[in-house]
Design a protein around this ligand. Sequence first.
Ligand SMILES: [Zn+2]
Length: 589
Amino acid sequence: MEQKYDRWDLSCLYPGFDDDRFKADLASLKDDAQTGIALLQDESLTRLARLEQAVAHSEQVSAKVDRLANFIYCTSAVDAANEQADAAMDQLSLAFTELELSSSALARFVAETEDLGQLISSSDILRPVGFALREMKEQSMHLIAPEIEPWILQMQLSGGEAFSQLRDKLDSTLVVDYRDEKLPLAGVRGKAYDPDPAVRKDAYEAEIASYAKMELPMSYCLNSIKMEARTLAKARKFDSVLDMTLADSRMDRQTLDALWTAIREYLPHFRRYLKTKARLLGHTNGLPFYDLFAPVGKTTRKYTVEEAREILIREMGKFSPEMAAFIGNAFDARWIDFYPRDGKTGGAFCSGVHFADRSLVMTNFQGSFSDVSTLAHELGHGWHNRCMAGLPYMMTDEPMPLAETASIFNETMLSWQSLKSCGPEERLYLLENGLMEATQTVVDIYSRFLFEQEVIETREDHAMSVDELKKAMLRAQEASYGDGLDPEVRHPYMWACKSHYYSSGNNFYNFPYAFGLLFGKGVFARYLEKGPAFAEDYCRLLRSCGSAPVAEVAASVGIDVRDSAFWRSSLEVIRKDIDEFCLLAEKTE
Ligand SMILES: [Zn+2]
């Protein structure tokens, strides 16, 4: 018999891959893309009518893609051997290239419309998507010329995209000689969390030794992907790859500079945490890299899914009764796929089904506190989707830096409530766990940003050799971790194991994480200040995430992200945890 809380229910999307509607929907996307272009070219209609039709059509196609993509990706995520899902995914990727040409055509049409502002205010169809249309016009100078756009899109498949796939193959087929075993890279890296210090050290040494087998092809992947990024930035008339990334993130330099300025000021506090952790583990010269994830303190508590449900409803209910009801419904209406099983992918995610005002959450729940926290995180994304319900698709596209606001908010809320009511051993564990993650998101992310910047800048002159890449990585680690890490035991190959550097089309896939963590914490600090009255502001903030530049969204709840003072206030929350951790550590030493 199936347990009450076990697998999610995807039948609200399609009954199965053999369903006629599914097949018809998938097959029709190519025609939809062509219709989108044809509607704009219909000279028998006024410009306003053409634009209205194209917008309405785009909304319909987005809803169809939403249904199809969720069905295909979510099925595949829990059933890797499903060949029907794989075949459908290939078909969908091809359709995406066509649909991209159709959105570019719309953007070009909007750019050429001189009286856009007037058209928007005169139309009930255009007004709700006014921001998206105005943004298209503003960004139109960055569109690639229509004669070459299809060729660039196709060449990316054999360029950056191909190098990115090669990276995945190199990573997933690398065999690491660990003690008497042969293990995949992910398996060896997972041992960094092992309670046994000898396991962590041996795993690290085996990992570092294994990179020699793939360092050369990996360096070609990295150099080529970043070369393509430089070319693309030029073709799109951006001054640099960073400027292109910032524009795509709806963020300005001033905001990024304010974030880094505050982070640099707080690096000494993170180093103090790292040195304290090092001492707790018996090291005298800073923390060796292999002990960054070593568990500290003890927790024996295990949770069932039913208990997790109860805790989340209770703790998040303190924020608002609507949030509690939302969480209860997500559990009971089978939005969540809980447990690990064969063929199910690792990790966790939340995917919104916008037209149905519903979210799909996948986790690998095994009963630890961190599993409960993951549920809180993913349901935060779900709450974000709920706050956006009913908006046109064009207005739901939140940029990366804002995408983690609600998830971090939930995680922070849960850990804040849990810390209030636990014993000293567990308190040390919870604090340390939070700091370990914050250190990754702030300190390690800063090193990744510095490294990526160096690779992209150097690429103007030459492709970096393996040796140069290793030295650049160590320099970046020195600048961020400083004396927090043992200078003899660092990780010169971090560039070879982090997939983020190789996501072609997504450069600097790092600072949005630091932004997201500190912004989510800053929003939580606002809640502590204002109490339950903040719930309404909070939902308005989440609803507007796809409707304005990042700085404007933040300003709507009185946050100035261009001012380092805001980022300092978020970092202060972490510093207090560091102070308490160091104090508790002293008592146990
Ligand atoms: Zn997330």
